[in-house]
Design a binder for this molecule. Structure first.
Ligand code: ARG
Length: 471
């Protein structure tokens, strides 16, 4: 039932149903993901109402405990509920009668939906970072176990120079650590409390916005009530841009693995559990998992352009267009968490075919090395280059293992295949894991605190040992 309808609901006309489905039909599906966070937002809001004496303390306790009971209930939405905010308000009114009708005091669904989305986004961001760091860990450990394993390096999809499996794996670890910096900047933007902005122009009471921000675990209040509304869609856009950077790395990693595990190369073996069979060709072990990682990354230009187009030129203040931002956010973040989660164990289980990797080293791969030998003998680089180029046909095709390994270890400047610097990246990984685990556990603890039924501390008091009892 809609909260803004004051009269008795009569028989629904066809038009009402049509409009209801048009405005809420798909959106309630996305709101389902926000349900838990909507209730947390309401619990925090009741604290602020209590502080303003807009509800008495016993009423506040009853409201908060009633909301906590809703957390245990399987709330399922349909278009008739309009959205999660109305649904929660209706549920609490069904449970507590008149008292439930006080819940929406000093609040609008416009700031409420932003609380839900920001909390949901924080939770998803923590998941993405956790999965990202475990993929970085897989890559760094795989990379160090294969630090000296030779692998041809390619440019333009063609053989180029000697390289190593360690350099290849380390490149993805470093790429993802760069993405982490972008994600961290986005956490700063997301971690602000919109609650109290109302419909976008404040509310006629001095609500303690610091209190609700703190109760919900936000690091600060987002100040300007209009900007609270105008930032909707913008922080989603910024975050999805950072996440798109992760997706670029994942799609490229997937593409490498698809090619390099193909019989044409046969450098790597994808663990069998991550391959799928064919319904007609019994011999097939297909890299569907990697293809889906790559395929899902293709939605990101769509997510970004949809968010940008929704926002650009939109007049300030809330407009219902903003509802359409949810889809890209929820799908984009979910897909990214899932892709990261599947890649970490896949990389850890990668098999390496050292023989095939070695066999790929044909003579041409050493052309640049030969130029450098001449340079070391005193020839100017361009002259040395010319001589090697003019004698390409006479180059020796037989390549020895010593030559391969010697060439790799000669590239010993920082970041070369002979000096990977994986140790330093492992240290950065450990520091990042610690920092993000601490942030996430502060968030989780905060939500746990909100879930605790009130009255349990009294029980605790009751159980405290009596004075004089030393046991
Ligand atoms: N479903 C709406 C949204 O996502 C909730 C806010 C509705 N506010 C309004 N003024 N109609 O934006």
């Amino acid at each position: 039932m809609k909260t803004w309808k004051t009269g008795e609901e009569g028989e629904k006309t066809g038009i009402e149903k049509l409009v209801e489905n048009f405005t809420a039909g798909a959106d309630v599906g996305y709101d389902q993901c926000l349900a838990e966070y909507d209730i947390y937002g309401s619990i925090a809001h009741v604290h602020a109402l209590e502080k303003l004496d807009l509800v008495t303390s016993p009423e506040a306790k009853k409201l908060r405990n009633g909301l906590r009971k809703l957390l245990e209930k399987d709330i399922s939405l349909d278009a008739g509920d309009e959205d999660i905010h109305s649904k929660v308000e209706n549920e609490i009114t069904d449970a507590l009668g008149e008292l439930g009708k006080k819940l929406h005091t000093a609040r609008s669904r416009n700031d409420q939906v932003l609380v839900d989305i920001r909390l949901f986004t924080k939770a998803e961001l923590f998941r993405i970072v956790r999965e990202l760091l475990s993929l970085v860990e897989s890559l760094l450990y795989f990379g160090s176990s294969q630090s000296d394993t030779p692998m041809v390096g390619f440019t333009h999809y063609r053989k180029a120079m000697p390289s190593s499996v360690g350099l290849w794996a380390g490149s993805y670890a470093e790429a993802l650590l760069d993405d982490l910096t972008l994600l961290e900047a986005n956490l700063e933007l997301i971690d602000q409390s919109p609650l109290g902005a109302g419909a976008g122009y404040g509310i006629p009471v001095n609500l303690d916005r610091e209190l609700t921000a703190e109760t919900l675990g936000f690091s600060r209040v987002q100040n300007n009530a209009i900007y609270v509304m105008n930032s909707r869609g913008k922080f989603e856009f910024n975050l999805l841009s950072a996440v798109a950077s992760v997706q670029l790395d994942l799609s490229r990693l997937a593409s490498d693995l698809i090619s390099f595990s193909d019989k044409e190369f046969n450098f790597f073996e994808i663990p069998e559990k991550f391959t799928t069979g064919s319904s007609i060709m019994p011999q097939k072990k297909n890299p569907d998992v990697l293809e889906l990682v790559r395929g899902r990354s293709a939605s990101f230009p769509g997510h970004l352009s949809s968010l940008f187009s929704l926002l650009h030129g939109l007049r300030s203040g809330y407009s219902r267009d903003l509802q359409e931002t949810k889809k890209s956010l929820i799908v984009g973040l979910g897909d990214t968490g899932d892709s990261l989660a599947v890649l970490a164990p896949l990389v850890s289980g990668l098999g390496v075919n050292e023989e095939e990797l070695m066999d790929a080293f044909s003579g041409e791969v050493f052309a640049t090395d030969r130029v450098f030998e001449l340079v070391k003998d005193g020839l100017p680089f361009r002259e040395a280059y010319r001589r090697v180029k003019n004698n390409l046909d006479s180059q020796v095709e037989e390549v020895s293992e010593d030559q391969i390994r010697g060439s790799i270890s000669s590239r010993n400047h920082p970041g070369g295949p002979g000096n990977l610097g994986l140790g330093e990246k492992k240290n950065l990984l450990e520091r990042s894991k610690e920092k993000w685990a601490e942030r996430e556990s502060r968030f989780v603890d905060c939500l746990r605190e909100l879930r605790k039924p009130e009255g349990s501390s009294e029980k605790y008091e009751d159980q405290k040992p009596k004075a004089g009892n030393n046991e």
